[in-house]
Design a protein around this ligand. Structure first.
Ligand code: URA
Length: 241
């Protein structure tokens, strides 16, 4: 991480506003590497320097990562003039948080919220072909022919067929239950793939994205920070795809 001013570091961590942290420094309440800090504009490196405020060691997290179990009725955007956005479900007030990719307003399931632009790029880049798995309920019987069609790629009105996708049928009846793993993230892709074989998605939920899986204990509409293991696994995506 790059160096930054001590007062910025302290205010980013929520110690106080810039002027409040200046007062704290004047009151000799801040130490950097064991020495009392005398100026608020000194540069520190959050990865190397140890900073104490009122004898408490501060830990700087530049990035935040949350798993949201997105409910229906929310749009995957940071702002929207009409609809409720998924950001309204995130308690953190950290600047720059955004949803990684989009789920339709009526889609539920796994949505990663972060301010780590590099990670978002790695997960969303069309070149990386990160797997996304969905559970879906479909009107009508999903068949072996559909499995083969999705394996080959279907025409959803783009210049190319969709990349090979893995369709698994859990139940085939008047309403079918399936899971589908795709390697792209085109607009309404799952719905359009089923339309291409003459079928309609009536319920859609994302279960996973790359190495990240929806926590089965996270209720719809709830959010939790990612665990350190989930974060480090996601960071391997850049190298493994
Ligand atoms: N495909 C869709 O059709 N909708 C989503 O929300 C996600 C993938």
């Amino acid at each position: 991480m790059s160096v930054m001013r001590l007062d910025k570091f302290l205010s980013n961590l929520g110690v106080g506003t810039r002027s409040e942290v200046k007062v704290a420094i004047k009151k000799k309440q801040v130490r950097v590497n064991g020495e009392i800090a005398v100026k608020s504009d000194i540069k520190i490196d959050p990865d190397r320097d140890t900073v104490y405020y009122m004898d408490e060691k501060l830990h700087y997290e530049e990035y935040e990562y949350y798993m949201l179990h997105k409910p229906k009725g929310y749009v995957s955007a940071t702002e929207d003039p009409i609809h409720k956005t998924v950001m309204e479900l995130i308690p953190s007030k950290k600047n720059g948080l955004f949803p990684v990719g989009r789920l339709d307003k009526d889609t539920e399931g796994l949505l990663l919220i972060t301010n780590d632009g590099q990670m978002a790029h790695n997960l969303l880049s069309p070149k990386k072909h990160v797997d996304k798995t969905y559970y879906a309920r479909i009107e009508g019987k999903v068949t072996r022919e559909d499995v083969l069609a999705f394996q080959k790629g279907v025409d959803i009105g783009e210049s190319n067929l969709t990349l090979p996708a893995k369709l698994e049928i859990h139940k085939s009846d008047d309403t079918s239950m399936v899971s589908l793993t795709i390697k792209e993230g085109k607009f309404h892709q799952v719905k359009r793939m089923f339309e291409a074989v003459g079928k309609k998605v009536i319920y859609l939920k994302r279960l996973s994205m790359g190495t990240l899986f929806l926590d089965p204990n996270l209720p719809v509409g709830q959010v939790r920070p990612l665990t350190p293991d989930e974060i480090s696994l996601l960071k391997t995506i850049d190298k493994s795809y």
